[in-house]
Ligand binder design. Structure first.
Ligand code: SAH
Length: 507
């Protein structure tokens, strides 16, 4: 959405090839330097093991080239990749070669760097968090531990020729095998043949550090059966050694309270971050299915008129965080700031709105306990708005109840629309598929409009057919009432009508 706040323009990168480690999957595990280059590069050449979220950081005009890399299916051969990197750099572009984990740990980064050197192309290496350490860590397995393991080795489990003898095993207390799922029987046989006890603990970690993380543990004797039972497939790594036992005590990532729960968030993206992050922190897989999008108004004349005579208002009521942000954007566009509101008392509906005001240095004089329009109006009337000028800052298509109640109570009300909401069906198809497949555990509603728009976007029939497979959480009584009107009985209602309260009831 349009904002009047200028964002600093990133400095262009020098033309070169930057071999960047993307980290093991969790987008938070890329390095600061890696992210910086990713955000600035002209071209991004990426592998399969790179998380989709990271690619959202690219410049909108950056060229993104997928070069694949599954054990058997390559979108591009290594020679083609090498040629591409050099060709783009020669043309004066900055190329971010984004690789899973660390570029020099079984990533063929060394080969690509050598090729650049041979062709006189400047290159830089940005190390990454390697999956060989990070995936065990997210499974609760430290690769070293005092008195348990004082060394670790990282080995490839992949041999070019299936018939060829596997490489000799290293001497180390912990061994991590990358690319070894298919070779698991060979690896186990080799370990037993060299004299390792059949009781030696072993774990496989698939898609470590991501929401799809899957961990299978066992001993050299049992692991093949365990892997078969779990149906575990590549990409996964194998950890062998006594440290695997520590998972029992150190398991953390996949034991969080909402791990394994798929939760649909219907709030507009612009407003959803608090809820999304709160649920993700607790381990949930969050599917955003916003049904509305916040957009700039086509016509600001009403708001501009109001901003031109701010002094005449006794009360200003902010109804949402969006209202606060857009109000200040417009204010700033007129070279005004918070001081322009010095004559008015200020009300904020909901603690999030009050918080947004505080970000602009304004402490609300009144934050009603309840966000229901009747209660808000009642509270304002008790604060003496009769005969006073009251401005309501809100969306263009907001509800009229508050305005009507205040007018009835004798206030002179002006509505100042700051933004509008438009339908957004961008992720409805994904949500519908997941609901139909019975993969959704919770659907969250944060306002009456999210309920209605969600039913419209997904289809009442689809929702009712899947209704037994998921639960519904509503942010407060008003939203719950709307849900009931749509034949969607809520399973949980947040008592405090706040995002935190909503997260708490789901938990
Ligand atoms: N350069 C990468 C490794 C590339 S080899 C790094 O440093 O992590 C690819 C292999 O790494 C996969 O076959 C798998 O064994 C392992 N791997 C990569 N990401 C993984 C992840 N998130 N979870 C488990 N194993 C992973």
């Amino acid at each position: 959405m349009e904002s009047n706040v200028p964002t600093p323009k990133p400095q262009p990168l020098n033309p070169a090839v930057y071999l960047v480690g993307a980290g093991p999957g969790d987008p938070g595990l890329i390095t600061v330097r890696g992210r910086d280059i990713l955000m600035r590069a002209d071209v991004v050449v990426y592998d399969r093991l790179v998380g989709a979220e990271l690619l959202d950081l690219c410049r909108p005009d950056a060229e993104k080239v997928y070069v694949g890399k599954e054990a058997s299916r390559h979108a591009m051969t290594q020679d083609e990749i090498n040629a591409l990197l050099v060709e783009r750099a020669k043309a004066g572009q900055s190329v971010c070669r984004l690789k899973g984990g660390d570029p020099f740990v079984f990533g063929r980064g060394g080969e690509e760097a050598l090729f650049c050197r041979e062709h006189g192309i400047a290159f830089q290496i940005v190390p990454g968090v390697t999956s060989s350490i990070a995936a065990p860590a997210y499974a609760g397995i430290p690769v070293t531990q005092r008195e348990v393991a004082s060394s670790f080795a990282v080995v490839t489990g992949h041999t070019k020729d299936e018939e060829a003898p596997p490489p000799a095993l290293p001497v180390a207390d912990t061994i991590v095998f990358l690319m070894g799922v298919r070779a698991l029987p060979k690896i186990v046989a080799q370990l037993v043949a060299r004299g390792d006890s059949p009781d030696t603990p072993i774990a496989l970690v698939r898609w470590g550090t991501t929401m799809q993380q899957q961990v299978v543990t066992g001993t050299l004797e049992t692991i093949e059966a365990e892997v078969a039972r779990a149906g575990l497939k590549p990409p996964a790594l194998i950890v062998v050694g006594e440290v695997v036992r520590l998972r029992e005590s150190l398991r953390w990532f996949d034991s969080r309270p909402l791990w394994g729960q798929t939760i649909i968030v219907t709030r507009a993206r612009e407003q959803a971050s608090g809820l999304v992050e709160g649920l993700q922190e607790l381990g949930a897989r969050v599917i955003q299915c916003p049904t509305i999008r916040v957009e700039a108004l086509e016509d600001y004349s009403v708001l501009d008129g109001v901003l031109g005579e701010l002094d005449i208002y006794d009360w200003i009521v902010f109804t949402s965080t969006n209202g606060v942000e857009q109000f200040w954007n417009r204010l700033r566009g007129r070279n005004l700031d918070t001081r322009a509101l010095r004559n008015a008392q200020v009300a904020a509906i909901g603690p999030a709105t009050a918080n947004a005001l505080e970000q602009h240095g304004l402490y609300a004089d009144f934050v009603p306990e309840s966000s229901i329009s009747d209660d808000v109006a009642q509270g304002l009337l008790e604060h003496g708005v009769q005969g006073r000028r009251v401005m309501i800052v809100r969306a263009l298509e907001g509800r009229e109840v508050l305005q009507e109640k205040l007018s009835e109570g004798g206030a002179h009300v002006t509505v100042a629309p700051c933004y509008r909401t438009v339908p957004d069906n961008s992720n409805a198809a994904t949500a519908r598929e997941l609901l139909t497949a019975g993969e959704v555990n919770w659907v969250t509603f944060t306002s009456s409009s999210t309920v209605k728009n969600f039913v419209d976007a997904i289809g009442a029939e689809v929702i009712q057919q899947a209704r037994d497979s998921f639960r519904i959480a509503c942010i407060g009584p008003v939203t719950a009432r709307t849900a009931r009107e749509c034949a969607l009985e809520p399973d949980a209602i947040a008592p405090a009508a706040t995002v935190q309260s909503l997260i708490d009831v789901i938990r």
